[in-house]
Design a protein around this ligand. Structure first.
Ligand code: MV4
Length: 478
């Protein structure tokens, strides 16, 4: 195992990785920007290295500064967390060139999978089912129209260099195609410096189901079951659960086994996630592979009892996987929600500012991953994730009740401060969500404020905090 790991991230995930290192007896160093000087990970790490000012481009995205920090502290490996440089194959390569282990897959594998069009071609070759569409990037609007006519409308034009919902346009009819094609190419060029796009049939209101994978550097791998992440707004997940609900055991097994086969085929190593869309007939279609630990990993940890960051460290250190597939048992249901400093009533606009009260929930089977505390200042420079609340229960209904209970306890206040908690409560109250029958259009339906015909609105729930306070003392009444 490594003696010292550099954590190249901030916020709750920096803390999460730091804790895993501590538990394995690995010394920790974190990098930080001036904005995070008195943050929890900086205070808890064995060492901390200032790498630049608040803007991420000059700190958490500054590969040279991070490699220099690793050299200064004598770290052997770099854990990138999620976001920032976590899926940057060039950064992984720079680490290797400087004698550092990048905790993730080999740079060539990362590069092949970061290109969504190339990932699609690789998975097609491995025999995975894909949404109907083009095998390679589509170079002209006329060819895009040909593909679209073949697979049928609606279609979606996706940037090869995109992913995670960035650089995609849904096209409803042939009349809109050439403009949408041109616009997506221009946007991809501007965002990624790469204007290649491909075309797929657009699958309406499917479910977003993903598979957690662990593969070692000796060709062995296991899957840790599925998660459903259909509750998203503009590709920001709000609620995630494991396993994916309301699908047959046969479908879940088939998706998970297919994902593992595809990952092993391309030499994937480390912790990764394969994303699928699942349609109403339970047919599944490969979308993309993420080569990082994901925000929603705790729900998988809760149903498997496996610490995914421990496993990442073991795999990166070259150790063989400690689990065979038959050792992995999925137990119960876990649900997580994100508590972002955002105002759901104002288009989820970030609400930066100081927290004057911050009281996270507790109780049985309730896990809170957060770097927040009273006095913490939510700055404007980074994403607005304040906390993740994850709960476990033997069944889904109890898990959802437990999450509602946990959210009722959570106190987050400050001048102008709002959170996503009220919106998540509406999700948890939704009739289709309760049945596990929702797809990716749930959030838009809730935001449009309409219930589908024949679905009664759920009964209002009790006030989250008791407002009645009685006093019974031994004093004589006057
Ligand atoms: C799609 C799709 C439907 N059809 N591709 C979004 C994130 C990225 N991983 C791929 N995504 C999607 N790709 C085809 N062919 C639907 C999504 C999608 C989605 C779309 C609109 C609103 C919310 C969504 C949530 C998850 C996935």
């Amino acid at each position: 195992m490594f003696e010292k790991v550099l954590i190249a991230n901030r916020g709750e995930i920096a803390l999460r990785v730091l804790r895993a290192c501590r538990e394995l007896g690995v010394r920790t160093a974190v990098v930080y920007s001036t904005a995070d000087a008195d943050s929890a990970p900086v205070r808890l790490a064995d060492e901390a290295v200032l790498i630049g000012p608040a803007p991420s481009k000059r700190s958490y995205l500054n590969a040279a500064a991070i490699v220099e920090a690793a050299r200064q502290v004598g770290a052997q490996a770099v854990h990138p967390g999620y976001g920032f440089l976590s899926e940057d194959a060039d950064f992984a390569e720079i680490c290797a060139d400087n004698g550092l282990v990048f905790i993730g897959p080999p740079p060539q594998v990362m590069a092949a999978l970061a290109d969504k069009s190339s990932a699609r071609a690789l998975m097609r070759r491995a025999g995975l089912p894909l949404p109907p569409g083009s095998v390679s990037p589509v170079p002209t609007a006329a060819q895009a129209a040909e593909v679209a006519a073949e697979v049928g409308y609606p279609v979606i034009v996706k940037a090869a260099a995109g992913g995670g919902g960035r650089g995609m346009t849904v096209v409803r009819s042939a009349a809109e195609l050439s403009r949408a094609y041109a616009r997506t190419r221009a946007a991809a060029q501007a965002a990624f410096g790469d204007d290649r796009v491909y075309v797929e049939r657009y699958l309406t209101d499917a479910r977003h189901v993903e598979v957690q994978l662990l593969c070692d550097s000796h060709g062995a791998g296991v899957h840790l079951g599925t998660r459903d992440c259909s509750v998203q707004r503009r590709h920001q997940k709000l609620v995630e659960e494991a396993p994916a609900p309301a699908l047959s055991a046969a479908t879940l097994d088939s998706i998970a086994e297919t994902a593992l086969r595809g990952a092993l085929e391309v030499g994937f190593t480390g912790a990764g996630t394969m994303e699928f869309l699942v349609d109403a007939e339970e047919r599944f279609h490969f979308l993309e592979i993420n080569c990082r630990i994901q925000v929603e990993h705790p729900v998988t940890e809760m149903i498997t009892g496996i610490d995914l960051v421990h496993e990442q460290l073991h795999i990166a250190a070259g150790l063989p996987l400690r689990w065979r597939q038959e050792d992995i048992r999925l137990h119960g249901v876990a649900v997580e929600c994100r508590v972002n400093a955002e105002d759901p009533d104002r288009g989820f606009a970030p609400t930066p500012g100081r927290l004057d009260r911050f009281v996270p929930p507790g109780g049985p089977f309730t896990r809170v991953d957060t770097h927040g505390h009273a006095g913490y200042v939510v700055g404007p420079h980074y994403d607005s994730l304040l906390a993740k609340v994850a709960v476990w229960a033997p069944d889904r209904e109890l898990a959802l009740n437990r999450l509602e209970r946990a959210l009722d306890e959570f106190v987050v206040t400050g001048p102008g401060m709002r959170t996503t908690i009220p919106f998540v409560r509406r999700v948890l109250d939704d009739a289709a969500f309760r049945k596990g029958r929702h797809g990716t259009s749930l959030v838009d339906r809730l935001l449009a404020g309409d219930q589908p015909a024949g679905t009664a609105a759920p009964p209002p729930r009790a006030a989250p905090h008791p407002r009645t306070v009685l006093t019974a003392t031994e004093e004589e009444p006057r």
